[in-house]
Design a binder for this molecule. Structure first.
Ligand code: FES
Ligand code: FE
Length: 455
């Protein structure tokens, strides 16, 4: 079927929109309401979606509010100590029962008619229950809808609406190797600090996710002013883009096998930020520890750079900061960003403070780099949404035909496959995942795809 006919009420066929082998995507995929609705059903209701970090929920009763797709959810450590996620929607008429970003509570109390739920989701209080409901209401059947699968990796909690979905570890596949390099360096683990940053941009959710999954190519150009100010050095031609499991990552400088890696091969502080960096000595120590644990080739990748996990989780692990974020879809043309600064738990407080300030200065909502990116993402949507513009292809041809195993690019033991620094290999991998999820009604086919495609 031709993809033409968007916005006319004709349902688009996702298979007609994407050709990862040729590196082409019809722009309808970024603007069409029907495609968006199908994404909610076939991607967001079947994928592992990022919820929160365990450091936000240390005590029974601690909760955060977030979204899975466009559904509001509460993530809460119940009185029994177990972390659950549940739909933030009163079972009476659907009102949200939690209006706070985060807090600690024994009960979620609906503001409309007063139904009350425990912090484990059970319906425990109903006004006029004896007088008016009698036997007609069995409270046991009207608790908050639980998210059937909630699992964590390195303290990062994900949820999945598909009760039969492969385990989170299986879903992440080879990406676990890289996530451990990024967030598993401190024996005490990582924590998020400074609360959540939230903002909204008029762009499709896939645009920022592609940027974090794949886009070394934009850096020297989009962020040229930051380079001209002397706050950052331009990327060289040496680096990688790797897709592993359902994840993606990329960075510059890191290939120990690259001939032009040169004098910076052993210097984890070089390159990104020409600023005082109190984290430098700790970073060197973390590399040394990781070399003992996983070998020199793995340790040289630290910090691993930018990354994402399909569909909407993204992170940065660069020389001066780490962050995690989730791109929450709000219709085909708007995305809500939730983002947290991440630090190693065992760092001294003054180093944590410096990292948090650097995070705010660069990639916070008003950060100098985030502003460059956000404006491009908004304008991309403007350029793609019109009657003519939406009929064109998005081009992800960069590095096409040059993909190879990750081990050939960044050294022994590295899982996945990809290309050099100037490659859109990860974007093509992202769209292969998108296509696999979008083109099958049967959830079991998606599960098979995840299992088979997770090196
Ligand atoms: Fe919540 Fe009525 S909608 S009690
Ligand atoms: Fe950027």
């Amino acid at each position: 079927m031709s993809p033409h006919g968007s916005f006319t009420g004709v349902a688009l066929d996702p298979a007609a929109l994407v050709d990862p082998g040729k590196g082409l995507v019809k722009r309808y995929a970024y603007v069409d309401q029907g495609i968006y609705e199908l994404e909610l059903e076939r991607i967001f209701a079947r994928s592992w979606l990022y919820l929160a970090h365990t450091s936000q929920l240390p005590e029974p009763g601690d909760f955060v509010a977030t979204f899975m797709g466009d559904d509001p959810v509460i993530v809460c450590r119940g009185a029994d100590g177990e972390i659950r996620a549940m739909l933030n929607s009163c079972r009476h008429r659907g009102n949200t029962v939690c209006r706070s970003d985060e807090g600690n509570t024994s009960f979620f109390h609906c503001s409309y008619h007063g139904w009350t739920y425990s912090n484990q989701g059970e319906l425990v209080g109903v006004p006029k229950y004896r007088q008016a409901y009698g036997q007609a209401l069995d409270k046991k059947e009207w608790g908050l809808l639980p998210v059937p699968r909630v699992e964590e990796h390195l303290g990062f909690i994900f949820g999945n609406w598909d009760a039969e979905a492969p385990d989170l570890a299986e879903y992440l596949g080879g990406m676990r190797y890289y996530l451990e390099l990024a967030f598993g360096r401190d024996p005490e683990g990582v924590e998020v600090i400074g609360g959540v940053h939230k903002w909204t941009i008029d762009t499709n959710w896939k645009v920022p996710t592609e940027n974090f999954a794949t886009d070394m190519y934009h850096v020297n150009h989009s962020h040229k002013r930051v380079i001209e100010l002397g706050l950052m050095e331009p990327f060289t031609d040496s680096g990688y883009e790797i897709a592993a499991g359902m994840g993606f990552l990329g960075h510059d400088f890191t290939p120990p096998v690259a001939e032009d890696f040169g004098e910076h091969a052993e210097d984890p502080t070089h390159g990104y930020w020409v600023m005082p960096n109190p984290y430098t000595e700790f970073l060197k120590e973390e590399r040394r520890r990781m070399a003992e644990k996983k070998g020199e080739d793995a340790a040289r990748l630290i910090p691993v750079g930018h990354g994402a996990v399909f569909p909407s989780f993204a992170f940065l692990d660069i020389e001066m900061l780490r962050l995690v974020r989730v791109h929450i879809p709000r219709g085909p043309e708007q995305t809500m960003f939730y983002q947290w600064c991440v630090v190693d738990k065992s760092l001294p407080q003054d180093v944590k403070d410096a990292l948090r300030k650097q995070y705010q200065f660069t990639f916070g909502p008003s950060g100098i780099l985030e502003q460059d990116d956000g404006e491009n993402w908004r304008q991309l949507q403007v350029g793609c949404r019109g009657h003519i513009g939406r009929q064109l292809d998005t081009n992800m041809v960069l590095g096409l035909g040059q993909d190879r195993p990750a081990a050939d690019i960044i050294g022994r033991g590295a899982p996945g496959h990809g290309g050099g620094i100037w490659s859109e290999a990860n974007q093509r991998a992202f769209w292969r995942h998108w296509l696999a999820f979008m083109t099958t009604e049967r959830a079991s086919d998606v599960r098979d795809y995840v299992r088979n495609d997770a090196p």
